[in-house]
Design a protein around this ligand. Structure first.
Ligand SMILES: [Zn+2]
Length: 263
């Protein structure tokens, strides 16, 4: 069983991989040239900066299919993502960590699947998926990876919300205050722009996926208009903790309990 994990994240985590070697992966959906590769003991670790190394690709233009397919073709089975998100639950504040367990998809124009009717994808275990595929998506995030994240955050002495509903909007604009009220009524906890289709595509390729969300602001209409400086300050304050969590993940024993991402 290969032990390869991937981290998908932003600028804070990028620092951890500054010295790692860069690799380029060709996929049927385009070339991915931004992946970094390093090792911890026998474990191979890949880092994929979601918005590109210079944070220049907006959420709706990220080539999610190429990114996820590239990790699949490298043999990655576990993806640990990170996201900076807004809170739409007044009790969850900027600076808090959340490991969400559910998704509401409010995106509009993104390709949401590898399976357009004619695609066949083969897996290392000899199985394949093809044609029209309707996945069970009752639990969108991997239970094992969620537990890994929760334990890692607790281990560094930080509080973590162990559940949350990630509402993914199309962006790149932020929500209106009416949209935030709608999301609250729908049962949402967080508002972000990237978990869809990233998490869905990972599941289609039988990869475990979970995300650690850092709250950087409240949703529109929930507070005085937040300044960019405040968002940056919160992000910077917590960047070291995010790095510490990722170090824990990289060096921890991973659960071999069967999850439902693989079947
Ligand atoms: Zn899993």
């Amino acid at each position: 069983m290969s032990d390869k994990i991937a981290i998908i994240g932003g600028s804070g985590v990028y620092d951890l991989f500054k010295k790692a070697s860069k690799i380029s992966v060709k996929t049927p959906y385009g070339k991915v040239e931004t992946i970094k590769k390093t090792k911890y003991k026998e474990r191979e670790i890949f880092f994929l900066p979601r918005h590109g190394p210079k944070h220049s690709v907006p959420p709706h233009l990220i080539n999610y299919k190429a990114n996820i397919f590239a990790l699949h073709s490298l043999g990655v089975k576990k993806i640990y993502a990170t996201n900076a998100v807004g809170s739409i639950d007044i009790s969850i504040k900027p600076g808090d960590f959340v490991v969400p367990d559910q998704i509401i998809d409010m995106t509009k124009v993104r390709p949401l699947t590898f399976f357009d009717g004619s695609t066949t994808i083969k897996f290392e275990d000899g199985s394949s998926r093809k044609g029209v595929v309707h996945l069970d998506y009752t639990e969108p995030y991997c239970i094992n990876l969620r537990n890994m994240y929760i334990k890692a955050v607790e281990d560094i002495g930080e509080m973590v919300y162990t559940k949350g509903v990630y509402v993914c909007s199309e962006g790149p604009r932020f929500e209106t205050s009416a949209e935030i009220i709608m999301y609250q009524k729908m049962g949402g906890t967080l508002a972000g722009m990237t978990t869809v289709p990233e998490a869905i595509l990972a599941r289609e390729l039988k990869m475990c996926y979970s995300t650690l969300c850092l709250i950087t602001n409240f949703g529109a209409g929930m507070q005085e208009k937040i300044t960019h400086e405040e968002v940056v300050e919160i992000f910077e304050q917590k960047t070291n903790q995010v790095k510490e969590v990722m170090k824990k993940i990289i060096s921890s024993e991973h659960s071999s309990v069967k999850c439902n991402c693989i079947s």
